[in-house]
Design a protein around this ligand. Structure first.
Ligand code: ATP
Ligand code: MG
Ligand code: ZN
Length: 256
């Protein structure tokens, strides 16, 4: 089974106005897929449809080869929603606890020995380089550090697909690059399939292997090997977009 996500003839609207009109695409196992498009074009809606948070008006969605209507392996699907990293002040949970919650809610591992939980949580935090922060309160970490913890929380249930909706909003350029490099590494080393919504067009074009665009005329795929220009992006967004080209000097991915 090569196609890990299949979206066929998908249509959806919140009212009688159709937002997504007959959308078709598929994602292969091991893809790092970027989804771009203007505010309100339906990117978050598309993710929520794939996660069965919303119900399509028509069409079919398959994850892991299974129609999501019948899918049981939801623990193999990770999700980091838009604006997840907004804990502040004294939110009374440690980094470790935030990650551990996903073990219970997703797999219900109450019967495993406590030591096993701790090891799984430690491993997930280690994958994102946050193991030394495990006893700290989540609210006391920076936005970029919190985002890494959220990635660890998604990883603890060992997902096969990770959906991220604008995970780098509100974090500085250096932390943003670190998130891209972390995702690229997880994609390579774990074979994790990644689907990421973002407005960082320069960065996603470099780090993802595929890019789909939601625009006025529906959905289409842009070939990442061709690079991306202001003209192309302006056409997708429907207005002139001043493109921040990617900073290759500080990039984990060398050109080519
Ligand atoms: N629960 C809802 N009820 C009604 N309309 C909604 C709802 N959620 C989103 N919409 C509308 O649907 C459209 C698409 O929203 P969506 O959040 O999918 O856009 P987006 O592409 O993720 O935008 P952004 O880049 O701003 O995150 C918008 O016009 C939005 O106002
Ligand atoms: Mg959105
Ligand atoms: Zn980079």
């Amino acid at each position: 089974m090569n196609k890990i996500i299949e979206v066929n003839n998908l249509s959806f609207g919140y009212s009688e106005n159709i937002l997504l009109d007959n959308i078709n695409f598929s994602v292969n196992k091991g893809d790092f897929l970027g989804i771009i498009g203007a505010n309100g074009s339906g990117k978050s809606t598309l993710i929520k449809l794939m996660l069965k948070i919303l119900t399509p008006m028509s069409g079919e969605i398959k994850l892991l080869g299974e129609n999501i209507e019948n899918l049981k392996k939801w623990d193999k699907i990770g999700y980091i929603s838009q604006k997840a990293n907004s804990f502040n002040g004294n939110f009374p949970a440690t980094v470790e606890e935030v990650v551990e919650v996903n073990l219970f809610s997703k797999i219900g591992l109450f019967r495993l020995p406590k030591k096993k939980h701790k090891d799984m949580v430690y491993d997930a935090l280690e994958k994102v380089g946050m193991q030394d922060y495990r006893k700290r309160l989540i609210g006391n970490l920076s936005g970029g550090q919190q985002q890494r913890v959220f990635i660890a929380r998604a990883l603890v249930s060992q997902p096969e697909i990770l959906f991220l909706d604008e995970p780098t909003v509100g974090i500085d350029a250096k932390s943003e690059e670190a998130v891209y490099c972390l995702l690229a590494r997880l994609n390579k080393t774990l074979g994790l399939t990644i689907v990421m919504v973002t407005h960082d067009i320069g960065a996603i074009t470099v780090h993802a292997n595929r890019l789909i665009c939601l625009g006025e005329n529906g959905l289409f795929e842009h070939n990442t090997k061709e690079g991306i220009t202001r003209e192309i992006v302006t056409e997708i967004y429907g207005y002139d977009v001043n493109l921040h080209m990617h900073d290759y000097k500080n990039c984990c991915r060398k050109e080519g």
